[in-house]
Design a protein around this ligand. Structure first.
Ligand SMILES: Cc1cc2nc3c(=O)[nH]c(=O)nc-3n(C[C@H](O)[C@H](O)[C@H](O)COP(=O)(O)OP(=O)(O)OC[C@H]3O[C@@H](n4cnc5c(N)ncnc54)[C@H](O)[C@@H]3O)c2cc1C
Length: 501
């Protein structure tokens, strides 16, 4: 029987896992213990999310405004990419589709007909997140006008406060928090299963199922069980980040900004009380000192600390569930935060663990199902990230010349070929990034499909023009209903530390 659940690590992944397990099993005779070490600390970054986090909060029964006040949270409608396809280029990858399906056909094909017939090339005019972002607006549509279509959103938040918030949530539900450094891992000599972890002070914590959220080191999944790591550095060569928070310098934008730089890219994440910044770069093309110095020169507010360097190797753990250990978060692999996917991968791992949760002992089939799901999720995100680098006109630095000309995985090559040929990048139902996301990013990066679905040409020209005009006006109207993001935050969920500029 699996009854004693032990979460190793109290970063974002550990507390998210503990929260979901406490909510699900806490009242059903299971014990949930989380071990963390203040001395080791957490990675302390990871502040931009994507829309599925809303479902995670709902599953936990968390009130969204209460949560946002506690974590200095802001709203996010997408990611703005500057200088990615060429120096001076600028596009948004929004959290939503363009237009509405017409005659049963994805709007992206109608957009291609429109563009090829000389229509306005600015596709953003057909997407409410893009229009609202350009005007710094945000509001939850279900509050503003419940009849209006929903406009997807996500959050930016302070990672340390998020872990603290979830800790309070877990402790209320009976999760036992154990402070201390694990110095020894005990295994069953016959099966190899982990039976207990031993803390520096000698305390032994036994368990039936261990969730390894110990960060990059992978204390159980790698250091103990040697599950193996697939390295993706040849496709995603960035392996360092310099990170620093700065003072808020203007009204909060409702999007994350990613600006391509000499040897990688820089993030900007606006919170209610400060702005998070980081330069993600490849150490083959730039030194840590140079990246830190360039980052400090490019902040839009006064730095609040010295830059901190975080080192990583992009890739995935080959077995995400091995024996009685399930890895989540950085222990399971790492993909740079270009599309804010790491917290989602934690959420997905929690969902999959609950889906395949063992009843009477763990079976190999349960492990296999979990591994297939999670390895597939990692692969799909990986391809999407690589596309941002590969599809570019930039060759102005050795880094950009490398990524533009590098070999790419066959799976991505096939997708790019499909998109270039007929505007359909072969997206399967279970994938995180749907057609609209591929369309936004590939067109944003400068790709132009040669053709599109002929069903888009069936509508008579006059009707087509009229309907496109209506969609465009409807989009502008929807965005126009939203207040300024800053005003909405002040009303809906002001945090005690909120700074107005
Ligand atoms: C530069 C960078 C930027 C990022 N940006 C984003 C983003 O914008 N959006 C996003 O979704 N994700 C982002 N991420 C990823 C995100 O930060 C992580 O997915 C998330 O924080 C989860 O981290 P973690 O909990 O797995 O690990 P950690 O935060 O490293 O936590 C590890 C935990 O394990 C404990 N531990 C380790 N060893 C021991 C031991 N021996 N004994 C006891 N305890 C131990 C530590 O004390 C700690 O509590 C980013 C990551 C990086 C590196």
């Amino acid at each position: 029987m699996i009854r004693k659940l032990v979460v190793v690590g109290g970063g974002t992944a550990g507390w998210m896992a503990a929260a979901a397990l406490s909510r699900t099993f806490g009242s059903a005779g299971y014990s949930i213990t989380l071990i963390e070490s203040d001395e080791i600390g957490t990675v302390g970054v990871g502040e931009a999310t994507i829309p599925p986090i809303i479902e995670f909060n709902q599953m936990l029964g968390i009130d969204e405004n209460d949560f946002l006040k506690a974590v200095n949270g802001t709203f996010k409608l997408g990611i703005r990419f500057i200088n990615w396809s060429a120096l001076g280029s600028d596009y948004l990858h929004p959290f939503g589709v363009y237009g509405v399906d017409m005659n049963g056909l994805n709007f992206n094909h109608h957009l291609m007909r429109y563009r090829k017939a000389g229509g306005n090339a600015d596709f953003g005019l057909f997407n409410p997140q893009t229009v609202a972002s350009r005007q710094n607006r945000f509001g939850r549509m279900q509050e503003i006008n419940p009849q209006a279509p929903r406009v997807n959103y996500a959050f930016h938040f302070d990672a340390a406060l998020y872990a603290r918030y979830l800790r309070a949530y877990c402790e209320k539900l009976g999760t036992i928090r154990q402070e201390g450094r694990i110095t020894k891992v005990e295994q069953n000599p016959e099966t190899g299963d982990v039976t207990a972890v031993v803390l520096e002070n000698g305390k032994v914590i036994t368990g039936d199922l261990f969730i390894d959220c110990s960060g990059f080191r992978g204390l159980l999944i790698e250091q103990t069980l040697k599950s193996g790591y697939e390295d993706w550095s040849k496709w995603l060569p960035c392996n360092r980040a310099a990170a620093v928070p700065c003072d808020k310098a203007g009204p909060v934008t409702p999007y994350t900004t990613s600006t391509a730089r000499e040897a990688g890219w820089q993030w900007r994440i606006p919170l209610q009380h400060r702005t998070g910044n980081g330069y993600v770069f490849s150490s083959e093309y730039m030194s840590e000192d140079e990246a830190s110095s360039l980052l400090m020169q490019r902040l839009d507010g006064k730095a609040q600390a010295d830059p901190r360097i975080i080192r990583f190797v992009t890739g995935k753990r080959k077995q995400q569930w091995n024996r009685n250990v399930v890895a989540m978060g950085l222990a399971s692999g790492f993909l740079e935060p270009l599309e804010s996917t790491s917290i989602w991968l934690v959420q997905e791992a929690i969902t999959m663990l609950l889906r395949y949760f063992p009843r009477d002992g763990i079976t190999q089939n349960q492990r296999d199902c979990f591994n297939r799901e999670m390895l597939g999720a990692y692969d799909n995100v990986k391809d999407f990230l690589i596309a941002h680098y590969k599809v570019t006109a930039r060759e102005d630095t050795p880094f950009w010349a490398y990524v533009k000309h590098m070999d790419i995985p066959d799976s991505l090559a096939f997708r790019l070929e499909s998109f270039a040929e007929h505007n359909q990048p072969l997206v399967r139902n279970h994938e995180l990034f749907k057609d609209a996301s591929w369309f936004a990013v590939l067109v944003g990066q400068g790709m132009e499909p040669k053709s599109y679905n002929p069903m888009a040409d069936v509508m008579p020209q006059d009707e087509f023009r009229w309907r496109m005009q209506r969609v465009r006006e409807g989009t502008a109207g929807l965005a126009g209903m939203m207040p300024q993001h800053e005003a909405y935050l002040a009303k809906a969920c002001p945090s005690p530390q909120r700074v107005t500029v």
